[in-house]
Ligand binder design. Structure first.
Ligand SMILES: CC[C@@H](C(=O)O)C(=O)SCCNC(=O)CCNC(=O)[C@H](O)C(C)(C)COP(=O)(O)OP(=O)(O)OC[C@H]1O[C@@H](n2cnc3c(N)ncnc32)[C@H](O)[C@@H]1OP(=O)(O)O
Ligand SMILES: [Co+2]
Length: 134
């Protein structure tokens, strides 16, 4: 079902410092910061030859990453995003297999303008998983 690794997301407490680290210290190509009000985060994408790093910073009072940052003061790997061809077919199979879809349970539009959904970390080896239809 899953295809390529679309991105690895890292939650950060200092977005400017994280951008400087990837752009200036590691020499990567880094996007502008984009507010994602529907998701309660600000995103910066770091382009790598084989995948992307998504730097996440909280936006608003109810950011879904705030609890994670409260527990991880230095930030840390927040989720992995795998590509799927048909997100509704993927969702139906996962639900049939007893996996929990987070939020409303229905796909939403993500940072790349494509449908995404999130799977509960307790169902996936302690790792929050995002699926993105490509
Ligand atoms: C920009 C759009 C999009 C894209 O296109 O790329 C994005 O990436 S948006 C990114 C931000 N959005 C989300 O993360 C949405 C899905 N996340 C959630 O719904 C919540 O963050 C959560 C996963 C349900 C966690 O909610 P929270 O309130 O912080 O914690 P809980 O207490 O409910 O956590 C239960 C349990 O799970 C552990 N946990 C929490 N977050 C993670 C994580 N990122 N990775 C691994 N484990 C995680 C948490 O520690 C709790 O465990 P216990 O302490 O053992 O109970
Ligand atoms: Co993501």
């Amino acid at each position: 079902m899953i295809g390529k690794l679309n991105h690895v997301a890292i939650a950060v407490n200092d977005l400017d410092a994280a951008v400087a680290l990837y752009r200036d210290t590691l020499g990567a190509t880094v996007s502008e910061a984009v507010e994602q009000p529907d998701h309660g985060v600000i995103t910066v994408f770091v382009e790598l030859p084989n995948t992307k790093i998504e730097l996440l910073y909280p936006l608003g009072d109810n950011s879904p990453i705030q609890g994670f940052l409260n527990k991880n003061a230095s930030g840390g790997i927040h989720h992995l995003c795998y590509e799927v061809e048909d997100i509704h077919a993927a969702k139906d199979k996962l639900v049939a297999d007893g996996m929990r879809i987070l939020g409303s349970g229905e796909p939403r539009i993500g940072a790349h303008g494509k449908p995404i959904l999130f799977l509960h970390p307790k169902d996936f080896c302690g790792t929050l998983v995002e699926l993105e239809e490509v």
